[in-house]
Design a protein around this ligand. Sequence first.
Ligand SMILES: Nc1ncnc2c1ncn2[C@@H]1O[C@H](COP(=O)(O)OP(=O)(O)OP(=O)(O)O)[C@@H](O)[C@H]1O
Ligand SMILES: [Mg+2]
Length: 338
Amino acid sequence: MDEPTAPIPLGIDDGFAATKVALPDGRLVTIPSRGRVGRAAVTQIAGICTDIAIAEYSADDTVYSVGEVDGMSTRFDGYANSGLNRAIVQHALQVAGAGGRPVHAVSGLPMSAFYLPDGSKRTTAIEGKRASLLEAVTCIDGRRPAEIAFHAVIPEALAAWYDYVIEDADGEPRLDEGRSVRAVAVIDIGGRTTDYAVVDSQSLQHGASGSVSRGLLDVKAALAEAIQRRFDLEQVDERQVDGALRTGQAHLFGQDHDFSREVAAAKGVLLEVLHDETRGKLGRGAGVDAVHFVGGGAMALAETIRTWFPHGSIAPHPVFANARGMLKFLRYVCEDGP
Ligand SMILES: Nc1ncnc2c1ncn2[C@@H]1O[C@H](COP(=O)(O)OP(=O)(O)OP(=O)(O)O)[C@@H](O)[C@H]1O
Ligand SMILES: [Mg+2]
């Protein structure tokens, strides 16, 4: 008889814009949170495409195409517990090489989806998300799915705090004593939400923590509108918009077109809102010892947000801070663990 395969511990940050996976060997994998109902209607040409560019999954008796498709929006309230979410996470696990293996996972919910304003946990929402990722997903092309056998859910910005205070030296955790006793504000600028967690002496300060429903997807929506307006297009592929956000150029009608002014204007609107929110929560930051920015938005808005606080910092590879923290939580902190 075959030896049972050892479960692989993973941090899975299944955000509205991108799904990020942190693996115990140090690898970090990301895929866009992009998929849609139905078969892909694309044939991949054998020998040219080596990556899993598009794959089809069945969850809840519905077929989803995930990957290089013009996806449907993940920006709906039930996304965290949806079949689309399970299909996208399964695709990320396949890309991470976890197909056919049992998985122990920690994922997250935004602060305000995890806690009520009085600091008590939203147990129904947390349990709903926890149970959702344990449900089976089938790979339509016959590949073996990764099966999540254990799953815990933690608040997203708090995951980034674990990443900030726990150093992982080749599987040996070391608590950074200095960081763990200080008052730290973590700001996670994501796609749909910006999450705040203020932790002082290892206690979460609920008054200054929480989520705001603003993020880089607002910038993308404004940019999509600008591209449509300039070329009188009825719709524009979300992948075009993502490229324009990152490079300032949109590739249309066989040519690159400069959209850097529109990108700057759309970022400016978001920055103004986030600046007001951040000042509202933290003031000028006098009451905390450090302000730590994470998330894809920290990358996209780095130039401006690094001027906001004299004691501000941007995490290394900020897009992966939550996923790394989720993996550290799973391996070194989780008490009701597997
Ligand atoms: N290097 C980069 N340059 C510009 N933009 C980037 C870069 N990396 C990521 N982004 C953008 O940052 C945005 C937010 O990414 P992130 O992965 O943090 O969102 P998310 O976690 O999926 O969203 P949420 O936390 O709201 O669920 C994405 O829309 C992406 O386009
Ligand atoms: Mg996020």
